[in-house]
Structures are given as structure tokens and as C-alpha cells.
Design a protein around this ligand. Structure first.
Ligand SMILES: [Fe+2]
Ligand SMILES: [Fe+2]
Length: 193
């Protein structure tokens, strides 16, 4: 599914179920970070009009998701906590060497975003299928659909602004690297933990 090379162990959902407050807190920030990635692409690459248009829509959509997660936190009688550290994203972003041309930098940013969307989508699907909470199961099923479109959109832009063959090779290499990272994850009640 989604080109990912290592599926998440479904037992991750059993860990999540024991701490719904934690997963919702972490998830809320994932949505915010998705919105800020979209905004940073607008700031960094204003001349790419098609990208700017789609990132404008995406930033709004991701903040809409944040709004929905935040509402669920409040509805359960909690208050949004502080941002959780996302070790997965920190490690993932070490893959491509720093530096290079502006266009290379753009392609790398787009590929990271595509992969984070794909993995998030996989986690949402797992939650929708396995979580023992009807409201959240439906919530994650709906989110899964929109995240799947985000992953393909980022990949489309990477191929548009980069050399297609090079981009496809980088994407495969990044997927391999991510699968290695995933071997040690799936043990925490965070979205990518
Ligand atoms: Fe989202
Ligand atoms: Fe997204």
C-alpha cells in the first residue's frame, strides 16, 4: 500500500488504544506541521505558481484537520498539550545530503512530504480498521482518504520540478531507508512512533 516497504505492526494500535489523549495530542501537531510545511513551500518557492496554488489549499485543509482533532480533544474533556517530538521525521530528514541547488532542495522537501503523508495515511487506515472506538474509527477512515491524495500530489510535484528518472530513483531509495527506520518503530502511542 502507498509504495511503503514495511507495514506497521497492527499491535501498534493496542498501544495507542491505551492512551487516546497522547495520540490525539501528537496527531493535532502532525496536522499543524503539515500546514506549516505547505506554507514554507509557498515562502521558499513563490515562482512555482501551480505549487503555490495547491499549497494554499493544502494549508487550509490541514488546519481544518487540526481543528477537527482539537475539537475531539476538548470533547473528551482534555486540553491540548505541548508538542511531542517526532523522532521519525527527525531521522527521516537526515537521508538526503544537505546543500545542493535550490531545485534539488525543493525535490527533497517534496519527497519527504510525500513519504510522511503516505506513512500517516497507512497509520490512519490501521487506526480506522483496528481501533476499539467507533467515533475515532470513522474519523480516521475519513482522514485516510484525504491523506492518500496528499501523498500523490507531493510525488507529482517532485516529478514535475525534478528529472523524473532521478526523482523515481530517489523515491525508491528513500522508501528503503524509511523501511529500515520503521523496524524500530510502532512501539509508541504517537502517530509516527
Ligand atoms: Fe491532514
Ligand atoms: Fe496531509
Amino acid at each position: 500500500m502507498l509504495g511503503l516497504k514495511l507495514p506497521t505492526d497492527p499491535r501498534w494500535v493496542n498501544i495507542v488504544e491505551k492512551n487516546i489523549e497522547e495520540i490525539l495530542t501528537d496527531h493535532a501537531y502532525c496536522e499543524q506541521k503539515a500546514a506549516s510545511t505547505a506554507i514554507s513551500l509557498i515562502i521558499g518557492f513563490p515562482e512555482k505558481s501551480e505549487l503555490v496554488k495547491e499549497m494554499t489549499a493544502l494549508a487550509r485543509e490541514e488546519m481544518g484537520h487540526f481543528h477537527m482533532v482539537h475539537d475531539r480533544i476538548l470533547k473528551r474533556g482534555w486540553v491540548l498539550g505541548r508538542e511531542r517530538k517526532d523522532e521519525y521525521v527527525i531521522e527521516l530528514m537526515k537521508f538526503f545530503p544537505k546543500g545542493g541547488s535550490r531545485d534539488t532542495h525543493l525535490v527533497h522537501k517534496l519527497l519527504y512530504a510525500a513519504l510522511i503523508e503516505a506513512r500517516s495515511c497507512e497509520r490512519f487506515r490501521l487506526l480506522s480498521e483496528e481501533i476499539n472506538d467507533e467515533e475515532l474509527s470513522e474519523f480516521y477512515r475519513n482522514l485516510m482518504v484525504s491523506e492518500a491524495n496528499h501523498y500523490t500530489m507531493f510525488l507529482k510535484f517532485a516529478r514535475k520540478y525534478g528529472n523524473k528518472e532521478e526523482v523515481d530513483k530517489k523515491w525508491q531509495d528513500l522508501l528503503d531507508y524509511e523501511a529500515e527506520l520503521m523496524k524500530n518503530l510502532g512501539k509508541k502511542e504517537t502517530m509516527h512512533g
